[in-house]
Design a protein around this ligand. Structure first.
Ligand SMILES: [Zn+2]
Length: 275
């Protein structure tokens, strides 16, 4: 499942490759991925010129000049691929944009995703993206800002960080690396964090996500040019902890599972959050 590093890379590549191109053809093979009727969607997208492409959490925001946005979420995963003029298209895709030079963009979802179009003036009322919290790679995501997000929160750390309304872009892959680097247990109660631990957590969030972004994302995810990333998982169940050598354990945390080092990421009775 792509998270902030993969989506950030994808948006950067799309910005570089597609900005300034006019969409002269739209094919939708699965209308239920749209937020509008096919006719209304096409009206917002067709003959628009692609402007800046950015990432917010797990969403790609593509400005369509002059007055709209194309918003894309890959859900559990998918492929967003650029095709040179004359290059064969993949058999399977849900949506395709064509450009005047014969190049194309195809979008496929493995399970279910969202391909939405909104008027620029109505972006603020697009519910799924308007509710997103700040992205940790944004330049203004400071330690102070992060501290304010944690204020008054009572639950466990993992659930908090994976809720896209709190912080946007962290899923069940990068959370493992973040908590390991911060030496914190996934179920650690937010009110029990010390100043030092909050600082470690902030550094781990920024550090892990930035490092993975610089490496093109996870080794299992593909980019706009069908290339895999170079970032590898740090923890594997049963393998020795890279820091202390203790075997890594897998445990259930809410509806997801986590891999943790039982020595580095200790949880004591005093560490529990209040429900
Ligand atoms: Zn360890």
């Amino acid at each position: 499942m792509p998270e902030l590093p993969e989506i950030t890379n994808l948006a950067r590549q799309m910005d570089k490759q597609l900005r300034g191109k006019r969409i002269v053809g739209v094919e939708v093979r699965q209308e239920k991925v749209l937020n509008l009727s096919l006719q209304d969607f096409t009206a917002l997208v067709l003959n628009k010129t692609i402007g800046p492409v950015t990432a917010k959490g797990k969403w790609v925001f593509m400005k369509l000049e002059p007055d709209a946005y194309f918003l894309l979420s890959l859900g559990m995963g998918g492929e967003v691929l650029h095709h040179e003029p004359g290059e064969a298209l993949p058999d399977k895709y849900r949506l395709r944009f064509d450009f005047p030079d014969g190049s194309a963009l195809s979008i496929n979802f493995w399970w279910f995703g969202y391909a939405h179009a909104v008027l620029a003036g109505e972006l603020a009322i697009h519910k799924m993206t308007a509710a997103l919290g700040p992205s940790p790679l944004d330049p203004d995501f400071s330690y102070e800002k992060f501290g304010r997000l944690l204020e008054g929160k009572r639950g466990g750390l993992k659930a908090f960080l994976m809720d896209q309304k709190n912080v946007a872009g962290i899923g069940n892959v990068y959370i493992q690396s973040i908590l390991f680097r911060a030496k914190l247990h996934p179920n650690r109660g937010i009110p029990t964090l010390t100043e030092d631990e909050r600082r470690r957590l902030y550094e781990a969030i920024r550090g892990s996500l930035k490092e993975a972004t610089d490496l093109g994302g996870l080794r299992y995810e593909r980019d706009l040019f069908n290339q895999i990333g170079r970032w590898d998982l740090e923890l594997r169940q049963g393998h020795p902890c890279p820091r202390c050598g203790t075997p890594i354990e897998k445990m259930k945390t809410g509806s997801t599972s986590s891999v943790v080092c039982p020595a580095c990421q200790k949880m004591t009775a005093n560490h529990r959050g209040r429900p």
